[in-house]
Design a protein around this ligand. Structure first.
Ligand SMILES: NC(=O)c1ccc[n+]([C@@H]2O[C@H](COP(=O)([O-])OP(=O)(O)OC[C@H]3O[C@@H](n4cnc5c(N)ncnc54)[C@H](OP(=O)(O)O)[C@@H]3O)[C@@H](O)[C@H]2O)c1
Length: 332
């Protein structure tokens, strides 16, 4: 039996604001409830939504801890009533609704998966948020199929690096956008067929050019604003556009006639607010479809930098600087 202390160190948000608001705090170790496991955290992924939460613009859902952190890897140290899959000592990676920036964190048992074969704890912690988001939005919502073209904006982001690799692994062609020549090179090394430096080039004609004029079948967009109308232009007939964020504006002045003329579908989703059952179903699909690819070395999380968790503020500075390629991770 692992002895579990009463208190732990977590990284709290002192008050909404800059990275310096992320400070180590003494907190009670949470108790797993029905269907939940307590994980001794080895590493936690850093995601853009954590930055937005730190600024006070993305409050945790009701009943969820205010400690940031949406994904973890570590060891199960206690199981709540009704847990069937896991036992103390199991090594898991898990999607969590919050609380990842801490020595101990609660996960629903159905949102935990075994550490993928061949990955370190830090690499494993970089998997759940991006793989579940990409799987659900590109494949389940966007319905990407082999032989189709995916346009993914922000190809060098945590999300983008996974979208490129998974789309290629499933036989799609990939066009992507990124903000520098270095980032475009990184996207090509991951398999992107075309990488567009959005600061100097227009992705609409380049997407058309890469598809014989047809356009992209699926577009994964995290930008919004004027990209919405340009996505409609870059989309193929019957194209599916999936919105996962608005790094630009959530408002746009759009000519919607293209939706009729091209029979487009524009949808979107956000993972954190989904029901326990929804997230469990996505996690299961990811385990079935992506875990074998990770074990085979076909797909891997792209690691940018690992920080000690007490330096979470530095990790957020790096993410906000936009220099990173792939995932930033905290190690306990
Ligand atoms: N809906 C969901 O369920 C869900 C789940 C997880 C994450 N997300 C969202 O997905 C996005 C990526 O998350 P992440 O954690 O991977 O963050 P990240 O690594 O910081 O990614 C942000 C990316 O956005 C790109 N970007 C910004 N402006 C752009 C533009 N005008 N054109 C093309 N790309 C642009 C940046 O590219 P450059 O640096 O090259 O400018 C960067 O690669 C975030 O907005 C996040 O909130 C949504």
């Amino acid at each position: 039996m692992t002895s579990i202390p009463a208190t732990m160190t977590a990284i709290g948000i002192a008050s909404p604001g800059g990275p310096e608001m992320l400070v180590p705090q003494e907190r009670p170790v949470p108790q797993p409830g029905v269907g939940e496991i307590l994980v001794k955290v080895a590493a936690a992924g850093v995601n853009r939504p954590d930055v937005i939460q730190r600024k006070g613009l993305y409050p945790p859902p009701p009943g969820v801890t205010d400690i940031p952190g949406l994904e973890i890897a570590g060891t199960v140290v206690a199981c709540g009533p009704g847990v069937g899959r896991w036992r103390d000592g199991d090594e898991v990676t898990a999607l969590v609704s919050g609380g990842g920036y801490a020595q101990y964190c609660i996960a629903h048992e159905s949102h935990a998966l075994p550490i993928p074969r061949g990955l370190t704890a830090a690499e494993s912690a970089a998997v759940p948020e991006t793989f579940l988001t990409v799987w659900h939005n590109v494949f389940e919502r966007g319905g990407l199929r082999a032989g189709e073209t995916l346009l993914v904006h922000g190809g060098s982001s945590g999300i983008g690096t996974v979208a490129i690799q998974l789309a290629k692994a499933f036989g799609a062609r990939v066009v992507t956008t990124a903000g520098s020549a270095e980032k475009c090179d990184a996207c090509r090394r991951l398999g992107a067929d075309v990488a567009v430096n959005y600061r100097t080039e227009d992705f609409v004609p380049l997407t058309k050019g890469a598809t014989g004029g047809a356009g992209a079948d699926v577009i994964l967009d995290m930008v919004g604003g004027d990209y919405i109308e340009r996505n409609y232009e870059a989309a193929a007939v019957e194209g599916r556009i999936v919105q996962i964020a608005f790094q630009g504006s959530p408002r746009a002045n759009v000519d919607f006639r293209r939706i009729m003329l091209k029979r487009l579908h524009h949808t979107g989703s956000t993972l954190r607010s989904r029901s326990v059952a929804d997230k469990a179903a996505i996690a299961l699909a990811v385990e079935r479809n992506a875990w074998p690819l990770i074990a085979a070395g076909t797909v891997r999380p792209v690691m940018d930098k690992i920080f000690p968790y007490r330096n979470a503020a530095d990790a957020h500075v790096r993410m906000e600087s936009g220099v990173h390629i792939g995932k930033i991770v905290l190690e306990m």
